[in-house]
Design a protein around this ligand. Structure first.
Ligand SMILES: C[S@@+](CC[C@H](N)C(=O)[O-])C[C@H]1O[C@@H](n2cnc3c(N)ncnc32)[C@H](O)[C@@H]1O
Length: 167
C-alpha cells in the first residue's frame, strides 16, 4: 500500500490498525513497517506458524488462524474497530461479494477495504488464469460511496481498489 493511501486513511495516527485476509506474512510485515498494528489471518496452521516464526521479535504483527469463509464472527475483532481491511492477490479465490458485505461491520466509520489484484485482461497469456476480470473489479464497488483505483505496477497489470463508506 503506498504511504499516501495509508496517510489518507490514517491521518498519521500510528495506533491505526490493519487486518490482512488471508496472509502468509509478507504483506502483514510490510504494513507493520509503516507503523500499523497488523493482524494477519490464514486458515492454514502451517502458514500461521511460518508467519509467526518469520515475524518473531518484530512485535508489530500478530497472526491468527481463521477461515475467512466461516459463518462465525471473528472473535479477535471488535465490531467497527478496523482502519484497513486488506486482501492482496487472493480476490480470485475468495468469495469477494460475501466478504464485502461483512467487512463494513468490521470497519471504523472512515475505514477502508483495500484489495490488490492482477487485472486479467492486462496479464501475459501464460498468466491469464490469475486475478480478476474488469467486469468483476467493477462489481467490487457496488454499495460503496467512495471507490478509488490505482496502479500497483507500472504496466497496470496489478491494481489496488480502495472502498470507503459503505452505503
Ligand atoms: C496467495 S497466499 C496469500 C498471499 C498474501 N495475501 C500476500 O499478498 O502475500 C493464499 C493464502 O490464503 C490462505 N487461504 C485460502 N483460503 C482461505 C480462507 N478461506 N480462509 C483463510 N485463509 C485462506 C491459504 O492458506 C494461503 O496461505
Amino acid at each position: 500500500m503506498p504511504r499516501r493511501v495509508a496517510r489518507t486513511v490514517l491521518r498519521g495516527d500510528r495506533r491505526s490498525n490493519a487486518v490482512v485476509l488471508p496472509d502468509t506474512g509478507d504483506w502483514s510485515r510490510e504494513l507493520a513497517s509503516m507503523g500499523l498494528s497488523v493482524t494477519g489471518i490464514d486458515f492454514s496452521a502451517v502458514a500461521v506458524a511460518e508467519a509467526r516464526g518469520l515475524s518473531s521479535g518484530q512485535g508489530t504483527a500478530r497472526f491468527i488462524e481463521w477461515d475467512v469463509n466461516s459463518d462465525a464472527a471473528p472473535s479477535f475483532l471488535e465490531p467497527h474497530s478496523v482502519d484497513i481491511v486488506t486482501c492482496r492477490l487472493v480476490a480470485d479465490v475468495l468469495p469477494m461479494q460475501r466478504f464485502l458485505v461483512r467487512a463494513p461491520g468490521w470497519l471504523k466509520p472512515d475505514g477502508v477495504v483495500h484489495i490488490v489484484t492482477p487485472v486479467r485482461e492486462r496479464l501475459d497469456p501464460a498468466q491469464k488464469h490469475r486475478g480478476l476480470m474488469e467486469r468483476q473489479i467493477a462489481k467490487l464497488g457496488a454499495g460503496w460511496k467512495d471507490v478509488h483505483r490505482y496502479a500497483v505496477t507500472a504496466d497496470k497489470a496489478i491494481e489496488a481498489i480502495v472502498l470507503q463508506h459503505y452505503a
